[in-house]
Ligand binder design. Structure first.
Ligand code: SAH
Length: 481
């Protein structure tokens, strides 16, 4: 982040504007809205500025800039097209650490004006940090359409009762929960937006007293959320809502860190594991931790990569949470098997190639004496293998033994759905060699459907094929991987 978004109170604060044309006028009109004390330096001023001068809304302090004019000024806006003069003013202001905005010249800005959506007192500023102002403007238009004009009423209504609520609900977590209830309420907000303040107030206070007397925020709850396999766009809307309402998020290493940025800033985000065999917090301790957090009133989101019920131990965690009497819910996610396959252009079923699909985990499979390899012999079944990288030889040997042909197509996909997704394609006998060439997390897809990648790959680089890897392993592969 190059700039810190900040809302500044400029009421009665001295701001210097250099320039007297239409560009300066636009900035001055904005400064007037916040009550700044505006001083202008310009050779001549346009008729609109003359009107402001007559009304004493601005102070025209001179025709020529001299450094002493910066005295006691907190912000300088340069709106001239004289590049030499702009540099002179910018350098002088910088020397005294005065904030400078030079219109249309980002190289001479220590602060920039965002595109603004104004629903007083709600303000939204959007900036591309000088890289693409047009994009910021388009985003602004989108938000303008999205946000009701009445948004400001809701904030004003809330501000009236802020202190009252503080007095009645002392605990900050409980208070936050109360406000969430109010803002998500199906009655209060619509009443406010329809100007029916009396009824809104009645409902507001009945909610407040109800909560105060029933102490209904005493216990928190747990939401088990699937974050999807990587691409942030694969998070569900319900998952996003849970994340944004969470007091604490306990997440696994597989979760895309960009998803955590979608949470509130005051949400505690704690990494609790896990890479294979590398658990930051042992499962038993983690279960206890979740229960303890919920019991002390927190809204806990347990965020897992992919889908929490697919090789995610989500079921085990919920068993303990349920035994402890904690309320919980589950928000499914897109599992790596389907998400990664889709982004690799490999349909897991296809009428001509596979009539079914099986998901298995390769983790500990060699120690599992009861595992029925023969059930995987059907060539019309696609196999999706999670966590297979640690057991590649065992997997390929057993599949060949149970009847899968050595030339069965396999895809080894790492970082699926991310921009650095890599796909290697070869045959079952080559599985170990391919798996060694990629990083964690890696998914195997085995079966004839893999050959469809060639035609319907749509995301990222196309696959690197094993016959090419053989001949150019030391050149292109390095580059590719
Ligand atoms: N609950 C998760 C799976 C957890 S097991 C889900 O539903 O997806 C972890 C394994 O998932 C990894 O070892 C890997 O095999 C697979 N995996 C998860 N994300 C992946 C990704 N982006 N690319 C490739 N494989 C992935």
């Amino acid at each position: 982040m190059k700039y810190l978004p900040l809302f500044i109170d400029l009421k009665n604060k001295p701001v210097l504007v250099i320039g007297g044309g239409s560009v300066a006028l636009r900035k001055i009109q904005m400064l007037q809205r916040v009550g700044a004390m505006i001083k202008v330096i310009a050779h001549t001023i346009c008729p609109e500025l003359k009107k402001l001068l007559l009304k004493k809304n601005i102070n025209w302090i001179g025709k020529k800039f001299t450094p002493f004019m910066l005295n006691k000024v907190i912000l300088v806006i340069i709106a001239t097209n004289d590049a030499k003069l702009n540099t002179l003013i910018y350098n002088n202001a910088n020397k005294y650490h005065i904030l400078v905005n030079t219109v249309d010249d980002q190289s001479k800005c220590s602060c920039i004006f965002p595109a603004i959506i104004d629903r007083n007192p709600i303000l939204i500023g959007i900036s591309s940090c000088g890289t693409a102002p047009m994009l910021a403007r388009i985003l602004r238009e989108k938000f303008e359409l999205l946000l009701p004009q009445t948004l400001g009423y809701i904030a004003k209504f809330a501000s009236l009762w802020r202190n009252t609520v503080k007095k009645h609900i002392i605990n900050t977590v409980h208070r936050r929960r109360f406000w969430e209830k109010v803002f998500y309420d199906d009655h209060i907000v619509p009443l406010i937006t329809r100007n029916r303040f009396k009824e809104a107030k009645k409902k507001f206070f009945s909610t407040l007293l109800n909560i105060k007397h029933n102490n209904s925020f005493k216990t928190g709850h747990v939401t088990l959320v699937g974050a999807g396999p990587g691409d942030i766009g694969l998070l569900t809307i319900k998952g996003l809502q849970a994340i944004q309402q969470a007091d604490v998020i306990l997440y696994d290493c597989l979760v895309n860190s960009d998803i955590l940025d979608l949470a509130r800033r005051d949400t505690d985000k704690i990494c609790v594991g896990k890479h294979i065999g590398n658990h930051i917090m042992p499962q038993k301790q983690l279960n206890q931790f979740i229960i303890q957090l919920a019991k002390s009133g927190h809204k806990v989101v347990r965020l897992k990569g992919g889908d929490p019920f697919i090789f995610g131990r989500g079921g085990e965690e919920l068993q303990k949470i349920s035994e402890a009497g904690i309320p919980f819910q589950v928000v499914p996610g897109i599992t790596a098997g389907t998400g990664v396959a889709a982004y690799a252009g490999i349909p897991l079923t296809h009428r001509e190639y596979a009539h079914g699909v099986t998901f298995i985990t390769g983790y500990n499979i060699n120690n599992n004496k009861k595992f029925n390899w023969n059930s995987l012999s059907d060539t019309q079944q696609t196999l999706v293998i999670y966590m297979g990288k640690v057991n590649t030889v065992n997997i390929s040997n057993n599949l060949i033994k149970c009847g899968r042909h050595i030339n069965t197509p396999v895809a080894v996909i790492s970082n699926g759905t991310y921009n650095n997704q890599k796909i290697l394609i070869g045959t079952l006998i080559e599985l170990e060699k391919l798996a060694k060439l990629v990083d964690y997390p890696t998914l195997f897809i085995i079966g004839n459907v893999v050959s469809l990648h060639n035609k319907i790959n749509w995301f990222g680089k196309t696959a690197l094929y094993s016959h090419k890897i053989n001949s150019i392993i030391n050149t292109v592969t390095k580059d590719y991987i």
